[in-house]
Write a protein that binds this ligand. Structure first.
Ligand SMILES: *Cc1c(COP(=O)(O)O)cnc(C)c1O
Length: 384
């Protein structure tokens, strides 16, 4: 019988005896670049840390287990993972992506991948039929759900059926909900992407990224790429992510509870014109999110009545830092227009609803009354 999610966050698929070596309960940091060979043609299983390192392998096994994949690879950042992923494709290949994506992914696709001969169609998946944009060169569909920052929910199973019909890879960035709430491989995705910097690490203290797959063939290609391009996660950072994942269930639940309290507060404020959160009953993404995930997460996007008020909130919150990133113990607030989505062409940004009145908040695990009090004083001190 396999372990349940919270146990796998600590032990992975199967608890290994700690008594094999020293009895250490915490998996050791193998801070070594290279490994001794017993003889020519023999290996301990480790040769050189660019290829694999025991501490990295440990976190990879845990993430593979959580996502229900056969393999997970740990990279030095989410962008290192996505950059390596793009090496699966060849000049001339076409990828259909959602219009609302992490800004860094759009920057990579439009500036680096296009230069290397790939082409992209960025379309709003929640409004348009993905199938209309598939052509003879299309090789993959790439999406996030809920999307960043507009919190649109995409039906993973529905898109996976389109992908299968056309023989395309479905790639899902699962950073926002994590395997604790949503497992795209079970819904038909071929590859899951993570910024491990966010909820998996969970403490705003290190960068990491993951690619997870349920396919032997893709896993082999990824293993070749990670050893060749050298973008794997360092031993110490692997250990930090391992430690972060141990408390993933507790943090996800608490952050979600805080987010829901913040959403309720924001909905009651006259100066707040819109709140985007898939857990709002009756909102566009509510039913789909409920169907494919076991939670709504802790990301909240909201629009206030003026740009001046948005800037005032960023300046006046005393507890909540104005900072990029998300998914950590600290609640953070950011301004997508000039921060995370600054490199997204203005036309696309506005079309997505990312106006200069939009703020994005990542709920952390502080006391929710303190968070609401902070937002309240920032809103109330505005005279506009
Ligand atoms: C942050 C983020 C990334 C990029 O990850 P880094 O670890 O910052 O390189 C990719 N996708 C999403 C959804 C993100 O939030």
């Amino acid at each position: 019988m396999s372990y349940k999610m919270a146990t796998r966050c600590i032990y992975g698929e199967k608890k290994q005896s700690s008594l094999d070596k020293t009895g250490a309960i915490s998996f050791p940091i193998y801070q070594t670049a290279t490994f001794e060979h017993p003889a020519v043609g023999q290996s301990t299983g480790f040769d050189y840390s660019r290829l694999q390192n025991p501490t990295r392998e440990n976190v990879e096994k845990i993430v593979a287990s959580l996502e229900g994949g056969i393999d997970a690879l740990a990279f030095s950042s989410g962008m290192a993972a996505i950059t390596t992923l793009m090496e699966l494709f060849h000049p001339g290949d076409h990828i259909v992506t959602d219009l609302d994506l992490y800004g860094g992914a759009i920057r990579l696709f439009d500036h680096i991948s296009e230069k290397n001969g790939l082409t992209f169609s960025h379309i709003p998946f929640h409004e348009e039929n993905v199938e209309d944009y598939i052509n003879e060169h299309t090789k993959a569909i790439y999406l996030e759900t809920p999307t960043n920052p507009m919190m649109n929910v995409i039906d993973i199973r529905a898109v996976s059926e389109i992908a299968k019909r056309h023989g395309l890879l479905l790639i899902v960035d699962n950073t926002f909900l994590t395997p604790y709430f949503q497992r795209p491989l079970e819904l038909g995705a071929d590859i899951v992407v993570h910024s491990g910097t966010k909820f998996l690490g969970g403490h705003n203290d290190t960068l990491a990224g993951f690619l997870v797959t349920g396919s032997e063939e893709i896993s082999e290609k990824f293993r070749f790429l990670i050893k060749t391009v050298g973008s794997g996660l360092a031993p110490f950072d692997s250990w930090l992510i391992t430690r972060g994942i141990k408390t993933l269930p507790l943090r996800m639940e608490k952050a979600q509870e805080n987010a829901q309290a913040i959403v309720e507060f924001l909905l009651s404020q006259k100066k707040v014109s819109k709140v985007y959160y898939p857990g709002i009953k009756g909102s566009a993404g509510y039913e789909t999110c409920r169907k494919q995930a076991s939670g709504f997460g802790s990301m909240v996007t909201f629009e206030v009545e003026s740009r001046e008020l948005a800037l005032h909130i960023l300046k006046e919150t005393k507890l909540i830092p104005f900072a990029e990133s998300l998914g950590g113990t600290e609640t953070l607030i950011t301004y997508p227009t000039t921060q995370t989505h600054a490199d997204v062409p203005e036309e696309i940004r506005i079309r997505n609803g990312v106006t200069d009145r939009v703020l994005r908040l990542s709920a952390g695990i502080e006391d929710k009354e303190d968070l609401i009090e902070d937002l309240k004083q920032a809103l109330e001190s505005f005279e506009g």
